[in-house]
Design a protein around this ligand. Structure first.
Ligand code: WT7
Length: 655
């Protein structure tokens, strides 16, 4: 636990600079404390006021929070609104010609859309979806490259009240199939191609493959955006080109007014079991979280050029590409490519070219760029920057310092934002005009977020001791349930062991004597690989689905760039392979997992044994496997092991 050691010894503190404080939306530590205290005094009254001030309601709500069906909370639940109206129409009177999106494609080509343009495009596409018979409550899968069209597709679903479920373009046909069937989707919106780092990924053929796997009878239409050459045959009448669909559609579309609790989207994420879960979000509460965090954490100003590098396939791309920035009326950059193409100066050049003020990315991207030296960012004009953000995994203090000094020139606060797919928006993060920063800490909870650290029985632990991170009171942007599986929602997030009262985040954390939170890592079998969440069980099921594999156990090990790397311990059905044979099998299995889940799940290392280390009752001792994966000496007690000799076999990676 090198991160753990270094953060416990971290003593550097960076108070906000005067210039930043002066212009901040939340200015000075007292303002933060006052707001936090206001929420503590009367939580519903706190959110009531914010919801009225920040959301445009078609029908105002009279009820704020309903806890009677704990933990299935309801917020503002007799109110009506439309999220797309709140992101687009509300700006038409005040700033129709402001640029909403600056899109930069993988090859560097730039296109822009004003709020007026975007509104028209969303209306047209929404009318197109309606012409296919799609309506309120239907589920629509979106499997698209980063593009203005991806944002349009999500916003158009929101406009007609269809619940979207975006599947990251890096997921395999099999993963896509699993999500289509679980959601019971009526349509899939996709593209012919996705371009990343000069490489082409054929999304539409993955859709065809997924729909040929069976059980997908609910899908009536496939809409295909022509990103590339469009060299593919459509299966008529199921498939339709995006440009054909919108051709004769009107560019105005009355929004479908929905209840505050109407599911805006579901997003699949990994948990402790093999099957990804469909995290379901509301409309109003979710939107409020996105808006407030834009104001509090990103200190949003109308003059900002905002850039969140996340793909819309992840929750970060939902809250800080598609919804948050548009709801507050920002100009934002949407980017299709990767940080190292055509070279490792891509991010810095983009910041320079578009005069980005607010830059939000993942520690893994920062660490991969540190490798190229401080000279590289130094070659670009980064003086437009005023705020830097980090998300997705713990940021080690060294990477934080590099980000702060080399990229931000010690001028820009770094906001380390802790949150999750399930929380919808930032939970613990600095309000940068108020809170002093400590490298590696996500600092203090946002106003209205009653974060705490408890032990196995749900009792508060003293500061400095560490335990489970929980959120004690409901908050508007939290997930409402798991799609089709309320029981699993309750069991996973409000377990009886903790008295069923608190939202259990699944992370362990420590709080120091200043009340600052330090995230230590997951308490479940979830890995965080380059900021992507993967279940070990998910990768194990993929491995044992291979005809070669009898048994598999997957663990994580620390990795300098990715945060965590995937190590798989595998028992084959045939003999334990040696030499060339072992090498070839490793390649075969890595590709197999990539095909089953997607390239992000490809194991970094595979080791073969005649067996796995098990207790006499047959339980795999994962703790030992983690030690082996790290290449450390085993100091644990192995006397309960059925087969201690196996450890020797599993010590070495395949050369
Ligand atoms: C898990 C959630 C947050 C949106 C993207 C990932 C880890 C996330 C941080 C952070 C330390 C972090 C946690 C969390 N995580 N942000 N700032 N510091 N850890 O969303 O895929 O739902 O993953 O990512 O372990 O539980 P996600």
């Amino acid at each position: 636990m090198s991160t753990l050691k270094s953060i416990l010894h971290e003593t550097r503190v960076f108070p906000p600079n005067e210039k930043f404080v002066k212009q901040a939306n939340l200015s000075g530590i007292q303002a933060y404390h006052n707001l936090y205290a206001e929420a503590e005094r009367d939580l519903p009254a706190f959110w009531d006021k914010l919801a009225r001030e920040n959301i445009i309601w078609h029908k105002p709500f009279t009820r704020v929070l309903d806890e009677s069906h704990h933990p299935f909370f309801r917020w503002f639940d007799d109110g009506e609104l439309n999220v797309s109206f709140n992101c687009l129409d509300r700006h038409l009177a005040t700033q129709p010609d402001k640029i909403a999106i600056i899109f930069e494609a993988d090859d560097g080509k730039v296109t822009t859309a004003t709020y007026r343009d975007l509104h028209k495009r969303v209306c047209q596409f929404a009318n197109g979806l309606k012409s296919l018979g799609i309506s309120k409550g239907d589920r629509v899968i979106i499997y698209m490259p980063m593009s203005i069209e991806a944002v349009v597709a999500m916003q158009a679903c929101a406009r007609i009240g269809a619940t979207h479920s975006v599947v990251f373009g890096g997921f395999s046909a099999k993963s896509l199939h699993e999500r289509i069937t679980d959601a019971g989707a009526v349509a899939v919106i996709t593209a012919d191609e996705q371009h990343r780092g000069g490489k082409i990924n054929h999304l539409k053929s993955a859709v065809d493959e997924a729909l040929a796997m069976g059980g997908t009878g609910s899908v009536k239409s496939v809409v295909v955006y022509k990103r590339g050459q469009g060299n593919l045959a459509l299966q008529v009448p199921r498939d339709v080109w995006w440009h054909e669909l919108i051709k004769d559609q009107s560019d105005s579309c009355e929004p479908e007014w929905v209840n505050a609790e109407h599911p805006l989207f579901t997003l699949y994420t990994s948990g402790s079991t093999g099957k990804p879960k469909g995290v379901q979000h509301s409309s109003a509460g979710y939107l409020l979280g996105a808006i407030m965090s834009m104001q509090w954490v990103f200190d949003y100003k109308p003059t900002d050029v905002f850039w969140c590098t996340a793909d819309v396939g992840w929750v970060t791309g939902h809250s800080y590409v598609t919804y948050g920035p548009l709801a507050v009326g920002a100009t934002q950059v949407v980017f299709e490519g990767v940080p190292t193409f055509p070279d490792a100066g891509r991010f810095w050049k983009l910041i320079q070219d578009h005069k980005v003020t607010t830059f939000y990315t993942a520690p893994t991207a920062i660490r991969s760029l540190i490798k190229f030296g401080a000279d590289l960012p130094g070659k670009y004009d980064l003086s437009s920057l005023r705020l830097l953000g980090s998300v997705g995994e713990p940021i080690n203090p060294e990477a934080w310092m590099w980000y702060y000094t080399v990229v931000g020139k010690s001028r820009c606060p770094v906001v380390d934002t802790w949150w999750q797919t399930e929380t919808g928006s930032h939970m613990i993060a600095p309000t940068p005009g108020a809170i002093s920063l400590k490298p590696g800490s996500c600092t203090l909870p946002l106003p209205g977020i009653m974060a705490a650290i408890v032990d196995e029985a749900g009792h508060d632990v003293p500061d400095g001791k560490g335990g489970f991170l929980v959120i004690k009171r409901p908050f508007p942007s939290q997930a409402r349930t798991l799609w089709g599986d309320p029981e699993r929602f309750k069991k996973t997030y409000f377990p009886d062991e903790l008295g069923g009262k608190y939202y259990l985040a699944g992370d362990s954390a420590n709080r120091d004597l200043d009340g600052y939170f330090w995230i230590m890592g997951r308490i479940d079998d979830v890995l965080n690989v380059s900021g992507h969440r993967l279940g070990t069980m998910e990768i194990e099921s993929a491995l044992v689905a291979s005809p070669l594999v009898a048994e598999a156990a997957v663990v994580g090990k620390p990795d300098e760039i990715k945060g965590e790397a995937i190590v798989a311990f595998v028992v084959l059905k045939g003999a334990r392979p040696q030499g060339e044979d072992a090498h070839a099998t490793v390649i075969e299995l890595r590709n197999w997992v990539s095909g089953e889940i997607g390239p992000i799940a490809r194991p970094d290392e595979i080791r073969f044994g005649d067996n796995l280390p098990k207790t006499r009752s047959g339980k795999i001792m994962r703790r030992l496997l983690r030690t082996l994966a790290r290449g450390e000496e085993i100091t644990q007690d192995v006397s309960t092991l059925e087969n201690p000799a196996i450890l020797e076999q599993l010590k070495q990676p395949v050369a």
